[in-house]
Design a protein around this ligand. Structure first.
Ligand SMILES: C[S@@+](CC[C@H](N)C(=O)[O-])C[C@H]1O[C@@H](n2cnc3c(N)ncnc32)[C@H](O)[C@@H]1O
Length: 255
């Protein structure tokens, strides 16, 4: 059900479209790069990335076959993109089935908060990323709310359609309302089933550093509902002996 409503809701929001552009731009993959999308969902980021960056190949992994099925339909419908993507059912709570340093770029958008152990996942992403490779990580700082995203949507709409925006907004609300209602109910249900990990700025910085990455930039996007983090895996090994966020709560020491 979540897979069925996901695109109907997310693709209605201009901030989500903006996020698609920003992820591609900041990852900035070059022809010949092999990119991993960890938790690719319905494949929106893969589709965007490969459409705008020909010559890039990618693997999308997710544990929900209903999401992957939608990703496959989207990607296979686009001949330019389809041949360059492999989709694979994989649970990110376990070791991911790729060799050391297999990828030049990794993206992970709104997934880290939902896995059992964010430290484990980030270390896996670091393992499969080449030295000098780039990570783009997007994750919410707190339980995301729809209100600020909606406000940002209206601001972007006013910029794009200075005169027609009220009509465009009214039409969008009418189409979106039933899907959004189901989506919000599903989110409440999911929240009750699962515990999530939300990071403050300092926690996220220390987490990423201690999992072997060097920070490039960290900012809030998506109406303030997401951290947008760019990092690289440094050419030389970095020390990983420091306090980091632990999923059990508090701070753990990785030695
Ligand atoms: C909010 S969606 C984000 C999807 C996509 N990255 C996007 O931004 O459109 C979260 C995705 O993470 C996947 N996911 C959550 N926990 C996972 C896990 N342990 N292993 C693999 N995928 C997982 C879900 O199936 C879902 O597709």
């Amino acid at each position: 059900m979540y897979a069925r409503v996901y695109d109907n809701v997310m693709l209605c929001f201009l901030p989500y479209h903006q996020l698609l552009y920003t992820v591609t731009e900041k990852l900035n993959p070059q022809a010949g790069w092999h990119v991993l999308d960890a938790g690719c969902g319905t494949g929106n980021f893969l589709h965007h990335l490969l459409h705008y960056r020909p010559g890039v190949t990618a693997v999308g992994i997710d544990y929900a076959d209903a999401m992957l099925h939608r990703a496959a339909v989207k990607i296979n419908n686009n001949k330019d993109v389809g041949k360059d993507v492999v989709l694979q059912e994989t649970n990110l709570n376990y070791s991911i089935p790729f060799k050391e340093e297999e990828f030049q770029g990794v993206i992970c958008v709104n997934v880290l908060y939902a896995v059992d152990n964010p430290v484990f996942l980030l270390k896996e992403l670091s393992r499969v990323l080449q030295r000098g490779g780039r990570l783009v990580l997007v994750t919410p700082p707190f339980q995301p709310r729809i209100g600020p995203v909606f406000r940002e949507h209206v601001l972007l709409l006013k910029e794009r359609k200075p005169f027609l925006w009220p009509f465009s907004l009214a039409g969008r609300i009418l189409c979106l309302a039933p899907w959004l209602f189901i989506f919000l109910i599903l989110n409440i249900f999911i929240k009750k089933q699962q515990s999530f990990h939300f990071f403050k700025r300092e926690e996220l910085l220390s987490l990423v550093k201690n999992c072997g990455f060097e920070l490039v930039s960290l900012e809030k996007v998506y109406g303030g509902q997401d951290w947008f983090l760019e990092a690289v895996k440094p050419a030389a090994k970095v020390e990983t002996v420091e306090s980091v966020y632990s999923p059990e709560g508090g701070v753990a020491c990785l030695r």
